[in-house]
Design a protein around this ligand. Structure first.
Ligand code: GLV
Ligand code: MN
Ligand code: MN
Length: 408
């Protein structure tokens, strides 16, 4: 069972492969993610860990009986559409490998230790990122969550029922939260920070504020050949102008990011002038005010573009999270036990960022030589993955070596 993180990842390297997009498409409660959940439960069973699903669809594997002040580690198994192999699964595989390493070192935890798999972290299916951790912490209204719909018209409630969960019971889970003494998530780095620092492993300091907004442009569906150019209300035109505005405005706010990664003309026929077009804006910046400023400017540009084309515009905020600074006390402890590891910020969102509002939280990053993430070129070298496992095992070993009220 000592295959290490890379060996564990090799066991799932074909699950959810996306031939059309490249990379992997594994989304909350879909066929691929359910297969990965089964893989996780089996791996946990083999290690004698007690696996339970909570009422929000997150999986917990316990070393020792579940109880308060547990040290929790883990990540997620879902991906973005056409994503890489490491974002999420590396944290889960490293957690299992760290358990193996602690056992090889004859470590006996003096407080419970759990490996968690959060559901639908990327929001690739139901649109809201960190859905499992948001539900757990009460960061989304349960009835709003239950109604979220995937691209095929299936609701989250239906998908959860299909996975054997009761959608009536989703929402803040005080008991599960009371069990968490602290949370440490290991993740592939989504940038070149550690490459530039020449370090295999680092600690996270902060996450940018970020959110998602859906802009729907309503025009008039019609025939591409029979409709003169002067007689159109084509919603794709203001959508295209909004893409350019997002680029310009994102560049004008220092440190901000504005991205349109998803644009969907409806009904979507080559010879059809669309009746509407959905565009999703992902906006991020150092604080709430800067993020809101980006969104306000982009939506103002979208409104003008819609008016010029005789279209209507509807803007819906699908998710938002303010900036996160990870717990300095916990980070200080990790830094002390790991020695000289660099600390760096990230622009990527994580379940650890959601949990940070509830419990002391920290993150370990593993070097990514390409610096690319959310794409098939995302990578981590086996030696760096094992350095990550050793760092995580050292941290978990330290945090579970006391019985005091807090783990550090
Ligand atoms: C998730 O990885 C995100 O940053 O959107
Ligand atoms: Mn991601
Ligand atoms: Mn991730």
């Amino acid at each position: 069972m000592a295959e290490g993180a890379t060996g564990l990842l090799a066991g799932i390297e074909r699950v959810g492969m996306d031939r059309r997009r490249g990379g992997f498409s594994r989304h909350g409660f879909d066929y691929a993610e359910m297969e990965l959940r089964e893989w996780f439960s089996e791996q946990a069973d083999r290690r004698g860990l007690d696996v339970r699903a909570d009422r929000n669809g997150n999986l917990w594997a316990w070393w020792g009986p579940p109880g308060p002040n547990a040290v929790v580690t883990g990540s997620h198994l879902d991906s973005v559409p056409g994503g890489g192999a490491f974002d999420g699964p590396l944290g889960v595989a490293s957690a299992l490998a760290a358990v193996d390493l602690l056992r090889a070192r004859d470590h006996v935890p003096r407080r419970p230790l759990a490996v968690v798999v959060f559901a639908e972290e990327e929001g690739g299916r139901f649109g809201v990122p960190c859905l499992g951790s948001r539900l757990l912490t009460g960061g989304i209204v349960p009835k709003d969550a239950a109604r979220l719909m995937d691209g095929n018209g299936m609701t989250l409630a239906e998908a959860m029922s299909g996975a054997g969960l009761d959608p009536q019971r989703i929402g803040r889970d005080g008991e599960a939260l009371r069990h968490i003494g602290c949370f440490v998530e290991l993740h592939v780095e989504q940038g070149r920070g550690l490459v530039e620092l020449d370090a295999p492993v680092g600690l996270a300091t902060s996450i940018l504020a970020h959110g998602r907004w859906r802009l729907t442009f309503f025009g008039e569906g019609n025939h591409a050949g029979a409709t003169p150019m002067s007689d159109r209300r084509d919603p794709v035109v203001p959508a295209a102008r909004t893409v350019l505005a997002a680029r310009r405005i994102g560049e004008s706010v220092p440190g901000a990011r504005a991205t349109v990664g998803r644009l969907s003309p409806n009904p979507g026929g080559t010879n059809v002038i669309s009746s509407s077009a959905d565009l999703w804006l992902d906006a991020r910046a150092a604080d709430d005010a800067a993020t809101r400023a980006v969104v306000e400017q982009v939506t103002a540009a979208a409104k003008d573009a819609a008016a010029d084309e005789g279209c209507e515009l509807l803007v819906v905020e699908e998710s938002y999270g303010g900036p996160v600074t990870f717990d300095e006390g916990l980070r200080g402890t990790l830094s002390a036990v790991l020695g000289d590891v660099p600390a760096l910020p990230t622009g990527a969102g994580h379940d650890a960022g959601i949990l940070a509002a509830e419990v002391p939280t920290a993150m370990l990053f593993v070097r990514n030589p390409t610096g690319i993430s959310h794409a098939p070129a995302e990578h981590a070298e086996p030696a760096d993955c094992e350095a990550g496992v050793r760092a995580l095992a050292t941290v978990l070993g330290h945090l579970t070596s006391t019985t005091g009220r807090t783990p550090w």
